[in-house]
Ligand binder design. Structure first.
Ligand SMILES: CC(C)(COP(=O)(O)OP(=O)(O)OC[C@H]1O[C@@H](n2cnc3c(N)ncnc32)[C@H](O)[C@@H]1OP(=O)(O)O)[C@@H](O)C(=O)NCCC(=O)NCCS
Length: 179
């Protein structure tokens, strides 16, 4: 399925009413709040994955920051200043139940990592942070995310804060291009 996916930003007339990823809080966010957060409040942008014209997944991103002390690597911490550092926050991610396990989540993360590289080059960005649901931490770890400490803007109780450095993203992109 991943090969025939289209990923683009949410449009106001996209039909979100039937979307279900199996997590009621994520479904409610996507159906009821993703639109106003993007089009009225300008808090975040949601990207949708479509297969045969139907939405099969979404990823919501927003700008954010991380304290130096929250970074998982001491070597990296030593090089950085002691004020909030710019990151891209992956705020929500969900794949419709019938499409799970077919590469849609990974494709959406790939799109988000591309956004982080673009931000790095245009305005500065250290990496991607997310608050993973405990049952999804392995999914993120397989993609290179590291467990970290509390990050600014953390929303969900029980969530596991995770961070993927932009340098890791860039190295992975370069090695996959040279293969
Ligand atoms: C978690 C979620 C986004 C993953 O998306 P997906 O499209 O099902 O995942 P993919 O098919 O892209 O999986 C990529 C790889 O991660 C693995 N994977 C997927 N979900 C996983 C999980 N929960 N734990 C561990 N590994 C997982 C897959 O087996 C696959 O491995 P492979 O490349 O060796 O085959 C999706 O299952 C989902 O929406 N779940 C409910 C909501 C949720 O938990 N969202 C995350 C909130 S932080």
């Amino acid at each position: 399925m991943a090969s025939d996916l289209e990923i683009r930003s949410l449009r106001e007339d996209d039909d979100r009413s039937g979307f279900t990823c199996g997590q009621p809080d994520l479904d409610r966010f996507f159906r009821d709040y993703a639109g106003q957060n993007q089009f009225k409040l300008h808090l975040a942008v949601t990207y949708v994955a479509l297969s045969d014209g139907a939405i099969v997944g979404f990823a919501t991103v927003a700008s954010g920051s991380i304290e130096r002390s929250a970074l998982p690597s001491q070597a990296v911490r030593k090089r950085l200043p002691a004020y909030p550092l710019p990151v891209l926050r992956l705020a929500r991610l969900g794949v419709t139940v019938s499409a799970q396990g077919r590469g849609v989540g990974q494709a959406l993360i790939g799109h988000v990592l591309g956004l982080a590289i673009g931000l790095r080059d245009r305005v500065g960005c250290l990496g991607v942070v997310t608050d993973a649901k405990p049952e999804a931490t392995q999914f993120y770890e397989r993609l290179g995310f590291l467990r970290t400490y509390l990050t600014e803007g953390s929303l969900h109780g029980g969530a596991v804060p995770m961070f993927l450095p932009v340098d890791t993203i860039a190295r992975a992109a370069t090695s996959s291009r040279s293969r």
